[in-house]
Design a protein around this ligand. Sequence first.
Ligand code: NAP
Length: 237
Amino acid sequence: MKRAIIIGATSGIGEELARQMVADGWTVGVTGRRLERLEALEAAHPGKIVPARMDVTDFEVATRGLTDLIELLGGCDMIVLSSGIGLFNKPLDVGPELQTIDVNVTGFTHLATAAMRHFAEAGAGHLVIISSIASHRGDGAAPAYNASKAYQARYAEGLRKWAARRAPQVKVTDVRPGFVDTDIVQGKVFWLQPVDKATRQIWTGIKAGRSTVTVTKRWRVMAHLMRLLPEKLWHRL
Ligand SMILES: NC(=O)c1ccc[n+]([C@@H]2O[C@H](COP(=O)([O-])OP(=O)(O)OC[C@H]3O[C@@H](n4cnc5c(N)ncnc54)[C@H](OP(=O)(O)O)[C@@H]3O)[C@@H](O)[C@H]2O)c1
């Protein structure tokens, strides 16, 4: 029996990934602040979903919560870090920037390090990080969001190097979605992908053990263009 934990599975990509993993025979521990949504997921998949309330900004409690959930599942083959926030901040107030750092950087780092230490000790495992296509460039609408996603992407690379030397059986996958139709998306965006379609491609890439998974296909092309675009042109978009 394969066991996974998804951090941030109350909605969006995390919730859909939990459904697709259960359909593939996995047992999935799911976390987030909205316990009622986790319990609804459990009710829809009795015996296959294990819910646990977690606020990733309660750093030490969240880290202990991850360890407890691994124990409750009797081990864990995969941990997916999908929790994230993105706050529009055109006035450039410091509050939303720091809130974003708490969730996407500090909370993320507490859980990523705990997950990797667990897998290294167990001798195998797969950490999946949901960063973003936003990791490629800075943006004025939510500067901390793009910066936090660049942090996560580089962090994933660093963890792969850490594992290559110490625990070669431990895999790290960095998933970089383009726009996906979930609660995090604010305002009008283009090429919005349905969450089930994007998550199917994400799950296929994870199962293939890829280091980086950019979804969907058209966003792969866009990622390439984003990297090439001179900053002056990037400012006009
Ligand atoms: N949708 C997109 O276009 C897109 C594109 C690129 C990358 N992503 C990334 O994909 C990941 C999932 O986002 P989504 O699109 O699925 O949006 P979403 O539906 O808003 O999901 C965000 C998840 O993060 C959890 N979360 C937020 N703050 C938390 C906290 N303090 N403690 C614990 N959990 C917290 C939420 O749970 P609670 O609120 O219940 O705590 C929820 O389960 C994020 O990292 C996001 O940056 C999304």
